[in-house]
Design a protein around this ligand. Structure first.
Ligand code: PLP
Length: 373
């Protein structure tokens, strides 16, 4: 968390604990702070403040957009999404399919990109909503979201984007776009975990699946998490100010990291389109190395990164994203994802590189010795 984000939210845990829905002035002070945060998030997204709905997380925002679209018209019960979405969309899509709702999963190519012609073909008269992520959380690959939204809206369906990874990293101007709904998560912006936003275009019909009090203009019932909303406002302000720098300096750190790895070790390949991706993400396949083993060695040396597989019920399942890109389970299992932020320094990256290169060499030597034995 950014220390100025913590400083901004602290008074709302101590002094200003009033309920924003209360009529007394102690509550209305707090309500004003929510509105300031709303305006700051709206500025980052290039939309109007009354299009911002505060939620508990990116997952809730994703679920809310899709559930709402399916409630609008009983004759539109088809959903289109991609094969590489975050589980907050994938598992939801699978659950909808089990309830009899038809879901079309768009494929991606080996660079992690969708084909807009596939999207054009997938949208039908009964399509309720298309949900496509703006930036992939494993590879950082960016989908052509504005063009996709135009295409989908021209065919009469609603368009949602899971922009959890993209917000604050790439410029977004929703006012000039055809996007109906967009999801944000606080903890990708140096804000606490457990707060998010659903952007809902002011003319788009939206039915909340949380039914109760009239908070958020009747669009999201439940007493507001004021400290975290205030924090998200500050984090959005900081992200907007830092975006230009991130796209130069954080990108330079990431590229230095990747280029040094490629030059120092054989058998390294970058997963995903190297040009068309977020500035902070690096996903590399390291042949001859099991990512789980590498992760343990790196964790011991204070380097936190993620593998290309997830442990589900005791089994290592290769990443659905890398598999959808057509890679083998072996390549997925030897892939590791590193993320960089504006708080990383060149010295940290160089230290990490030294540790990673030594760890890969060690694991490869063990493997060769085991094969020889
Ligand atoms: N969508 C994407 C692309 C993500 O990366 C994440 C979280 O990592 C989510 C959705 C879920 O967000 P949250 O953890 O706030 O529910």
């Amino acid at each position: 968390m950014d220390s100025s984000v913590v400083a901004e939210m602290m008074p709302f845990l101590t002094d200003f604990y009033g309920n924003p829905s209360s009529a007394y002035s102690f509550g209305s002070q707090v309500k004003d702070a929510i509105e300031v945060a709303r305006a700051k998030v709206a500025t980052l997204l290039g939309c109007a403040p009354n299009e911002i709905i505060f939620t508990s997380c990116g997952t809730e925002s994703n679920n809310a957009a899709i559930q709402s679209a399916l409630l609008i018209d009983p004759d539109r019960q088809h959903v289109v999404t991609s094969a590489v979405e975050h589980s907050a969309i994938i598992k939801h899509g699978e659950a909808l399919a089990r309830r009899g709702i038809e879901v079309t999963w768009l494929p991606v190519d080996s660079s992690g990109q969708i084909d807009l012609a596939d999207l054009e073909n997938a949208v039908r008269e009964d399509t309720a909503i298309v949900s496509l992520m703006w930036a992939n959380n494993e590879t950082g690959v960016l989908f052509p979201i504005e063009r996709a939204a135009e295409m989908v809206r021209a065919k009469g369906a609603l368009f949602h984007t899971d922009a959890v990874q993209a917000v604050g990293k790439i410029p977004i101007r929703l006012a000039d776009s055809k996007i109906n709904f967009l999801s944000v998560s606080g903890h990708k912006l140096h804000c606490p975990k457990g707060v998010g936003v659903l952007y809902a275009h002011r003319k788009s019909r939206f039915n909340s699946f949380l039914i109760g009090g009239g908070q958020e203009n009747g669009r999201r019932a439940g007493t507001e998490n004021v400290p975290y909303i205030v924090a998200l406002g500050k984090a959005a302000e900081l992200a907007g100010a830092a975006m230009g720098m991130e796209n130069v300096e954080v990108k330079a750190l990431r590229d230095h990291f990747e280029n040094t790895l490629l030059a120092s070790l054989d058998g390294i390949e970058v997963n995903g389109d190297r040009e068309n991706r977020l500035p902070n993400t690096s996903n590399v396949a390291i042949s001859g190395v099991e990512s789980e083993a590498l992760l343990i060695l790196l964790d011991q040396r204070g380097i936190c990164c993620s593998g290309g597989s997830a442990c589900t019920t005791g089994q290592l399942t290769p990443s659905h994203v890398l598999m959808a890109m057509g890679f083998s389970p072996e390549r997925a299992r030897s892939s590791v994802r590193f993320s960089f932020s504006r708080y990383n320094t060149r010295a940290e990256v160089d230290r990490a590189l030294g540790i990673i290169i030594a760890a890969v060499q060690k694991l490869r030597t063990f493997k060769e010795a085991a094969i020889a034995a």
